[in-house]
Design a binder for this molecule. Structure first.
Ligand code: ZN
Length: 453
């Protein structure tokens, strides 16, 4: 705790890329009120320096948010100069190129990008949305300005595209178009000298894509694979979390091997899940619950059992899921989720499955016969809520700290927007835990000599 406070009492300058619902930004802003609640005074001064997100909804959320970034950019490629951009266009593979040709082309692009990406466009294109039509002042500024008495800590937080590494991007890896953005991002991270670089990625992500370049630039790199259920939160899925620590600034006091880090992390944050994911169901408004059910059933007959109203393909997947769920009866809670949008993926779980853009989740009670199952079709807001975002109305008592402090823009989004964003959201409880774990295990090198543990 003392170490965490020492970090939080320095000004924090946060740079983010693709944090979707701004979970990372919120996390840093929540430390101060959370500590005050425990009657621990904290001087945390948080500055959201710049944000970048290709998605226009995320961009709008950022600009409208409680803590808007000082500078807002759209695409990562605005960090490259014109010459490099022209080179990249000439190297970019055609859509019908073979996988090997694509891999080869993207590898050439990676070489062209290497050492070229800078955080802010220092040319005159000024793509910053906060400073349209003028040269964004960020182009003339150092990474952290001399505006603080105490030396600030610069932090970069990114939820880089996981498409190349998942089935949603057909596991295309180094031949997936999004890999280009990865090369730009990692090249910037190698050059900008941030004190801490946090990354969230798919569990299938190749960790060496991050660790090798960052270690080459002198950073200490740590990572773990974990799911919300590790920390007592009844949501499924597993994600990769990493952090690169600049040794000139901080000394990492923890383990280095991912399995040792996870063990130590769980000593602090590990909790047994005490409830099934069904706690998230029924929290949304009756109107939204009805709309979701109608949309999934593709008809307005909402009061009938699902088998009667689902279109044939979904009905088949639903029944298959129920069958698997029934086999697990007794091992699991009776409330089980079936994903009707999935054919090949593991479709059944007692935890709320991780939200994706295509999720069509229904919660069923396996003690019932399939022909009687009314089922609860999970709404987009409930799915978002299972990722820790206060997207549904919650009792006033609980809302005080959380809802009033969290970025609330998501609360007003339409269902279609929420579905879209659910696919790229970072789980808030996991982000919080990982972020806090890293901050409590580092010490400012300057303070180390005087440090009394
Ligand atoms: Zn700007």
């Amino acid at each position: 705790m003392a170490r965490l406070l020492a970090i939080l009492n320095c000004p924090l300058v946060i740079h983010t890329d693709f944090t979707g619902k701004r979970t990372a930004e919120t996390c840093f802003h929540l430390y101060k009120p959370a500590l005050e609640l425990m009657e621990i005074p904290c001087d945390a001064e948080v500055c959201i320096w710049r944000n970048c997100d290709i998605d226009h909804v995320c961009t709008r959320l950022a600009l409208k948010s409680r803590w808007p970034p000082l500078h807002q950019f759209k695409e990562l490629n605005t960090r490259l100069d014109e010459k490099t951009l022209t080179t990249l266009s000439s190297l970019r593979p055609k859509k019908n190129a073979s996988k090997a040709e694509k891999c080869n082309a993207y590898a050439k692009m990676a070489t062209a990008i290497e050492n070229k990406a800078v955080s802010f466009n220092r040319q005159t294109r000024a793509p910053c949305l906060r400073h349209p039509g003028m040269l964004c002042p960020i182009a003339c500024m150092p990474l952290v300005g001399p505006i603080w008495e105490r030396r600030p800590i610069s932090i970069s937080w990114a939820g880089a595209s996981c498409l190349p590494f998942t089935k949603w991007g057909s596991h295309e890896g180094h031949s997936h178009p999004d890999i280009e953005a990865w090369y730009i991002w990692i090249s910037e991270m190698q050059q900008m000298g941030y004190d801490l670089i946090f990354l969230e990625e798919s569990a299938q992500f190749d960790p060496t894509l991050f660790s090798i370049p960052m270690q080459k630039s002198g950073y200490t790199v740590i990572s773990i694979l974990m799911g919300p259920w590790h920390i007592g939160w009844p949501t499924g899925g597993c994600r990769f979390f990493a952090c690169a620590i600049k040794p000139e600034r901080f000394v990492w006091l923890g383990h280095l091997a991912p399995e040792d880090i996870l063990k130590d992390f769980l000593k602090v944050f590990g909790r047994r899940v005490m409830t099934s994911g069904s706690v998230f169901c029924g929290l949304d408004t009756d109107e939204n619950i009805r709309d979701t059910r109608e949309r999934v059933a593709e008809c307005p007959l909402i009061d009938k059992p699902l088998v009667q109203i689902l279109p044939p393909g979904k009905r088949e997947r639903f029944l298959k899921g129920v069958e698997i769920a029934k086999q697990k009866r007794g091992i699991w809670d009776n409330n089980v989720f079936v994903d009707m949008s999935q054919v090949s993926r593991n479709v059944v779980s007692p935890f709320m499955p991780r939200a994706t853009k295509s999720s069509q989740l229904v919660m069923v009670d396996v003690t019932q016969s399939p022909s009687d199952m009314l089922g609860h079709v999970v709404t987009p807001a409930e799915m978002s809520f299972s990722m820790g975002v206060p997207s549904v109305d919650i009792p006033e008592s609980a809302a005080d700290l959380w809802r009033s402090r969290f970025e609330t823009g998501v609360f007003d989004l339409t269902a279609a927007c929420q579905i879209k964003l659910n696919g790229n959201a970072i789980s808030a409880p996991m982000l919080f835990a990982w972020n806090t774990y890293v901050l409590m295990n580092i010490v400012d090198r300057e303070r180390l000599m005087a440090w009394q543990p």
